[in-house]
Design a protein around this ligand. Structure first.
Ligand SMILES: *Cc1c(COP(=O)(O)O)cnc(C)c1O
Length: 389
């Protein structure tokens, strides 16, 4: 179906941060399949893990024990400080699980018609419930009636969340991104995240953090919530977790632990042997190769590189982000830059119309990070030098 505006290029081979198209042209991939390919392309340890598991058994279903799934749940618990995981195959499904978990938690506590606080400009997915939680009218338009049970407040506004709780007695959870990805790389104040933790404790709500884009090392820590020094009740994961093999997770702790019982939720594909082998290999390679550290250092280098290269250029609003989740906000819509970068052998993305979004693989080297700045900064300068359309 005609659901995508695709760029006229196809890739048939990759290595690290580089991709080659079918005509043999080489590109620097600063998007990583939208924050998915953290290990870059064709990482030997990932390739080996997938091939080895495929040669043994790919799928058995959740009717049986799945040792790779238990092992991945243990790894996620160890890295996050949380307790238990439900596995699925996408970010939207991970958030569906979180929304259902919050509603059931409410039911267990005598709230029959639960509400979840969500944010303006949030992105949680395209299934009906996650689309309803998403704060993007363009994505929602035409799909009404939306799923009820969401209360929307401005992002990074502590008073608005407290007020929502004063008005609505049926709130059971807050669902929030520590930094909004699709919404334009907006970073929440760590004090705001800590405030949400305290408020949720005070009210008995679940603090649910959508780490689908920000998780798995992308921001320089395993999970973005760790920058604020708090522990959420629920996090959701997907994009980077399986390095391109579809795997998502809803991870729970504290009050959210033990809410689901057999029969409450499930997935045929979720947490299969192959997907979890990819997840385990991803986490192992990130750890042994020091990629979190690299994400932090390369992110800093890229942001300071752009700040320097674009200093004094009219039309650049801000260079921001955390680790390798980077946004360059311009004062005008800049979707045309995606095609110009493609021509220049560089893969980037523009989100929220005016924000250049960079999500390079976590394996990016210093020379490649400098190359990224060197290729993109002149395009941005030339773009801004033209009179605004
Ligand atoms: C991409 C994304 C989703 C949706 O994930 P899908 O795998 O596309 O369903 C949800 N939340 C956030 C923060 C995302 O970036």
């Amino acid at each position: 179906m005609n659901t995508y505006n695709r760029l006229p290029v196809a890739f048939d081979r990759g290595e690290g941060v580089w991709l080659w198209d079918t005509a043999g042209k080489k590109y620097l991939d600063a998007l990583a399949g939208i924050a998915v390919s953290g290990l870059g392309h064709a990482h030997p340890k990932l390739v080996r893990a997938i091939a080895d598991q495929a040669a043994k058994v790919i799928h058995t279903s959740n009717i049986y024990e799945v040792p790779n799934q238990s092992a991945l749940a243990d790894r996620l618990a160890a890295l996050s400080g949380m307790d238990e995981s439900f596995f699925c195959s996408s970010g939207a499904e991970a958030n569906e699980a979180a929304i259902k978990l919050a509603r059931l938690y409410g039911h267990h506590n005598g709230i029959q018609s639960a509400s979840i606080v969500v944010m303006e400009h949030a992105w949680h997915g395209r299934t009906l419930a996650t689309l309803s939680a998403t704060g993007n009218r363009k994505a929602q338009a035409g799909f009404e009636p939306l799923v009820p049970g969401f209360v929307r407040v401005p992002y990074n506004d502590a008073a608005a969340v407290r007020q929502a709780g004063d008005v609505n007695r049926n709130i059971v959870a807050v669902l929030v991104e520590v930094l909004q990805g699709e919404g334009g790389i907006h970073v929440a104040d760590p004090d705001y995240v800590r405030f949400l933790r305290r408020l949720c404790d005070e009210k008995g709500w679940l603090l649910m953090i959508d780490e689908v884009q920000s998780g798995i090392g992308r921001t320089g820590k395993w999970f973005a919530f760790q920058h604020a020094g708090i522990l959420p009740d629920v996090i959701t994961l997907a994009k980077g977790l399986g390095s391109g093999v579809p795997v998502g997770a809803c991870v729970a702790a504290g009050r959210a632990k033990g809410v689901f019982k057999p029969g409450n939720h499930g997935s045929t594909f979720g947490g299969g042997p192959l997907a979890c082998a990819a997840g385990l290999a991803t986490l192992a390679a990130m750890e042994s190769e020091g990629l979190l550290d690299n994400a932090e250092r390369m992110g800093e280098l890229i942001r300071s590189g752009f700040r320097e290269a674009l200093a004094g250029v009219g039309g650049v609003v801000e260079v921001r982000g955390m680790g390798l989740m980077i946004g360059i906000e311009l004062d005008r819509p800049c979707g045309d830059l995606v095609r110009q970068a493609l021509d220049a052998g560089l893969l980037i993305n523009v989100t929220a119309e005016r924000v250049i979004r960079l999500l390079p693989p976590l394996v990016i080297r210093e020379s490649e990070a400098r190359e990224l700045v060197a290729r993109l900064a002149p395009l941005v300068r030339a773009f801004l030098a033209k009179p605004a359309a």
